[in-house]
Ligand binder design. Structure first.
Ligand SMILES: N[C@@H](CCC(=O)N[C@@H](CS)C(=O)NCC(=O)O)C(=O)O
Length: 105
């Protein structure tokens, strides 16, 4: 695992995760969105100390936004990516039969 973003670094998304960490959903959403990103392969069992400088909760996945802000919690990350990349298929079409208040909801 390398260091977090420094001022002036290219503003791609950075996904902290890897095999077995649930980061694949975040990578899939970024790919659907056509957003440039790189994966920092991180193992919370081995890299805990170093990773705590990025995410004090030491949980994976985590996403560093192009703004440099850190997001954690997979569901929140996926909703944020869907909101910030409309029309890229990151969320079901709306209105959706399962939407609250819809006849099927
Ligand atoms: N609620 C978090 C859960 C994340 C989570 O528990 N990730 C595991 C890896 S799959 C982890 O980081 N475990 C290490 C720990 O909890 O210290 C999310 O949805 O992203």
């Amino acid at each position: 695992m390398t260091r977090a973003r420094e001022p002036g670094m290219a503003s791609d998304y950075i996904v902290y995760g890897g095999a077995g960490t649930g980061s694949v959903a975040v990578e899939a959403a970024l790919t659907l969105a056509g957003a440039p990103y790189r994966v920092e392969e991180t193992d919370w069992r081995k890299d805990g100390e170093a990773y705590a400088t990025v995410n004090p909760m030491r949980q994976l996945p985590a996403l560093v936004l192009p703004t440099g802000e850190l997001m954690t919690e997979s569901a929140a990350i996926l909703i944020h990516l869907a909101d910030s990349h409309p029309g890229r298929g990151c969320r079901p079409p709306s209105p959706h039969p399962c939407d609250p208040g819809s006849s099927a909801g």
